[in-house]
Design a protein around this ligand. Structure first.
Ligand code: SF4
Ligand code: SF4
Length: 328
């Protein structure tokens, strides 16, 4: 973390997106089978592989205050995924009938193999979703992106992180001078007819309707063609903080919350990561937990097709509870 806060792009103050909760007690999320209270921990089975994510590497042009993967211009804990390695997993995903390939980072467009990997995925008939900050690394590839849009149309979607509808909050999280380039990149995508989406966040206490209205006003002024009421086009994420207290998820929680394990991200997706020092990429349960050995599911997608015990605070706060509470 020290090298992140020293990054010249890092914001100077604390994140505006704090999770207000007590520290996480040590005994929680320590046993994949049972919770600290001795109850059976919930797990999620892979029902089908719908989305295969590629983590393209942790390097990023930014060092946002609460980046869940601690990306920065110097963090290469996850190295650049190569097009050759990606192709091997695309073969396997094709055989398993996956629909979509997602690309996340770091900033995916910093990976020198990003365009070949994206082209490979689209040429095989997959839909592709690229998470980007829409800044300089993406803008270097304008001509290639337009060519992909001409060939593949709406099969390619770019989802731009705009943490908040206000410049002040966005820059408090992402650093000074990050707002205009992101808006400019988003406007460029919109004006050039790309399929686009925005990923945003809610401040503590900020209501979703209020936030969607404020994004609507912004999109209007900036001429960005996104329907702010469409939850797939303006995605508003709950907060995550692995160090803050949260309830553990037991098998009884599904009924209490009226949710099904099949609704959870790891029921239909997996992510490929290439950790520094390892000879080849590995398959992990989801995009949120790239380093925890308990969520490393093997070297191939086939090997990774097994149950995932929900033994991490992100499983509870982000995926299952998402702001709800699991109590009788
Ligand atoms: S732009 Fe995304 S990947 Fe980069 S530091 Fe910010 S949150 Fe992390
Ligand atoms: S955070 Fe946990 S519950 Fe959510 S997708 Fe990842 S492994 Fe599954």
């Amino acid at each position: 973390m020290a090298s992140r806060s020293k990054s010249r792009t890092a914001p100077s103050g604390p994140s505006p997106f704090v999770v207000e909760a007590a520290p996480l007690p040590r005994e929680k999320f320590s046993d994949p089978r049972i919770t600290a209270a001795g109850e059976t921990r919930a797990s999620v089975a892979l029902t089908e592989l719908d989305t295969l994510w590629f983590n393209t590497g942790t390097l990023c042009n930014l060092a946002c205050a609460t980046c869940y993967i601690e990306s920065s211009p110097t963090n290469d804990a996850l190295v650049y995924l190569s097009a050759d390695h990606a192709a091997r997993f695309l073969d396997e995903a094709q055989a398993m009938g996956a629909r979509e390939i997602g690309f996340t980072g770091g900033e995916p467009f910093m990976n020198p193999d990003m365009l070949p990997m994206l082209e490979d995925a689209l040429a095989r008939g997959f839909e592709a979703l690229v998470l980007t900050n829409a800044m300089k690394p993406m803008r270097r590839h304008e001509a290639a992106l337009i060519e992909l849009r001409e060939r593949f149309g709406a099969k390619l979607t770019l989802r731009v992180s705009l943490d908040h509808h206000s410049k002040a909050v966005h820059e408090a999280e992402r650093g000074a001078r990050t707002w205009e380039p992101a808006i400019d990149g988003l406007r460029w995508l919109s004006e050039n007819g790309f399929s686009i989406a925005v990923a945003g966040r809610l401040l503590p206490g900020e209501g979703e309707v209020e936030a969607r209205n404020a994004y609507a006003a912004l999109f209007d002024v900036e001429n960005i063609a996104i329907d702010p009421r469409d939850p797939a086009r303006l995605v508003l994420f709950p907060e995550m903080d692995a160090d803050k207290d949260i309830a553990e998820i037991t098998t009884a929680c599904w009924d209490i919350l009226g949710k099904s394990p099949s609704d959870i991200m790891c029921a239909t997706s997996r992510m490929i990561v290439h950790r520094k020092g390892e000879a080849a990429p590995r398959v992990v349960a989801c995009t949120l937990i790239p380093h925890d050995p308990g969520f490393d599911l093997g070297a191939t997608l086939e090997e990774s097709s097994r149950d995932v015990p929900l033994n991490h605070p992100h499983c509870a706060r982000f995926c299952v509870l998402g702001g709800a509470s699991c109590s009788t």
